[in-house]
Ligand binder design. Structure first.
Ligand SMILES: [Zn+2]
Length: 306
């Protein structure tokens, strides 16, 4: 799907996006052409997962070949892009890993680290639904919830914590969150939470939020969970709108595939929670490859500066 994508001309770079299930990788040529993304399974969680991930990255780099001038590496969890540190990942179970320097040593290339949601944000800002915005949010609603915050045309990092709206409480005393708190936005309204809530409340296991959405017209439990998730998302986003006054909010991640079934009601609830200034919701344009494209754009910041 990214075969035809193109970023600005510049040095050739390598890009990786490490997720919970797979590692996406691509190369960007000097003319800016983005090659088709390749996927490799993420190593299983273990005491040596960091070394295992670095081995996979080195293997992919060898396979893709070429002469990249730098690499960009997008990681999940909490990531300090500027310091090059993966602060933590609940899913991959690492903490305070100097991933930038370790990947640079393993790959023999300068490496730029970036949080996966900020990577998607860079891509949507350069090529997608946030193009032309000076101030915007790109909110990823998938397994978790986090936002990329664009202020004055730049994606802000704040030591890795800018945009962690998924762990702000929207339902005090609500469902348990993997961060240890209760009632976080992520525990209420992420795609994973919607599916989990339905399974818990009905005893009927569903694989994803899409299955809950498909039932809303016929199943009152599905309707209640969906409406509550949309309401919680709008509530959380209304506070971000009040603080930042973005021109637009781009909705990305698995739940954004629901399209107007999500964005229509979400826009109405958002306007109800923050009526003094409407903020337009837009659907993300780049889909699942946004993270790896954003990692390439981060890598380019190393080569453009050189
Ligand atoms: Zn939380």
């Amino acid at each position: 799907m990214t075969a035809q994508l193109r970023i600005a001309p510049g040095a050739p770079v390598l890009a990786f996006d490490v997720g919970g299930t797979d590692i996406k990788a691509t190369v960007v040529a000097a003319d800016g052409a983005v090659a088709a993304t390749v996927r490799t399974p993420t190593p299983a969680v273990s005491d040596h997962i960091v070394d295992d991930v670095l081995d996979v990255l080195a293997g992919i780099a060898a396979r893709l070949g070429g002469s990249p001038a730098a690499a960009g590496l997008a990681l999940p969890g909490i990531v300090d892009d500027d310091a090059g540190i993966a602060i933590c990942s609940e899913n991959l179970r690492w903490r305070d890993v100097p991933f930038r320097d370790r990947a640079a040593a393993r790959l023999g290339l300068p490496v730029a680290l970036v949080h996966d949601v900020r990577a998607s944000t860079l891509a949507e800002l350069a090529l997608g639904s946030a193009a032309g915005c000076r101030d915007a949010l790109v909110v990823t609603v998938g397994t978790g919830i986090a936002a990329g915050v664009i202020v004055d045309g730049r994606v802000v990092v704040r030591a890795g914590y800018a945009g962690e709206i998924g762990h702000a409480v929207v339902r005090p005393g609500g469902r348990a969150c993997m961060c240890g708190n209760h009632g976080c936005l992520e525990a209420t309204a992420s795609a994973a939470a919607i599916a989990r809530r339905y399974t818990e409340d009905t005893g009927h296991a569903v694989p994803g939020a899409r299955d809950v959405l498909d039932r809303v017209d016929t199943d009152p439990v599905a309707r209640e969970i969906w409406d509550d998730a949309v309401d919680a998302l709008a509530f959380g986003l209304s506070h971000a709108c009040a603080a930042l006054a973005p021109e637009a909010i781009v909705v990305a991640g698995g739940l954004s595939e629901a399209g107007d079934a999500l964005l229509g009601p979400l826009q109405r609830r958002l306007d109800a929670y923050f009526p003094i200034r409407s903020t337009a919701l837009r659907r993300a344009r780049l889909g699942g490859d946004a993270g790896v494209i954003g990692a390439a754009l981060r890598a380019r910041t190393l080569t453009d500066a050189a």
